[in-house]
Design a protein around this ligand. Sequence first.
Ligand SMILES: *Cc1c(COP(=O)(O)O)cnc(C)c1O
Length: 269
Amino acid sequence: MNNLKRAPKRENEEEVVEKDNHSDMATSAAMDGVAAAALRSVLHRVNQAAERSGRVAHPIRVVAVSKTKPVSVIRQVYDAGHRCFGENYVQELIEKAPQLTEDIEWHFIGNLQSNKVKMLLTGVPNLAMVETVDDEKIANQLDRFVGSIGRKPLKVLVQVNTSGEESKSGVEPSGCVELAKHVSLGCPNLEFCGLMTIGMLDYTSTPENFKTLANCRSEVCKALGIAEEQCELSMGMSGDFELAIEMGSTNVRIGSTIFGAREYPKKQS
Ligand SMILES: *Cc1c(COP(=O)(O)O)cnc(C)c1O
């Protein structure tokens, strides 16, 4: 999953003829640019954290969170071999996805409104996962629409509010078993894959948030009669992904450390 090698050249790229004696490393670094170098550094840190926690056998997925970033920069990271990207806003994702190749695995990680489900699923045929299912209504909506367009089952995670902040979406930890059961047993077109959480508002999750999500997994696995390996944990962002991996994360969502700080347009006054 974490492919450290360079992707093969795309057909429309010019061959670089190495007439001089630049080293391969220097040439490739200059061509790849900043985001690709940052990706490699992140993948290295992910592998090291996995090693520290004795989890090398279980690959950890890195979702490169590209919200607010232009397609050209996403392509740079794609060309460095990465295939898994995450976006928060339906409108932004359906504009970007068609400009990129279909072998990208898109993860939707934002708050999903029922009236955007159709747009999301028709606009992004290669949508791989929705990480943010937080009530039965949105699960049902996704299930029905996936069934109606006859695409393969959609992978989903149940989002849990582990920080107790009212501003956060996600089901309360006490409600995660019921929702996981509903998705798993009542939504034939969805594939229940595990649990997701966002930590505290400043994006530095405290270990308690991660512990809470791991506890939720134990309960869900017991209730569904599945092994813990069959229930992913999506936790950890730029500020805390190594800690999250050490605490059992299988899916980290990393934006600014790969793509640089996000700039939001200033509101006109
Ligand atoms: C923006 C975002 C991220 C990435 O945050 P960084 O701190 O930039 O890595 C991860 N998860 C969710 C849900 C986000 O909205």
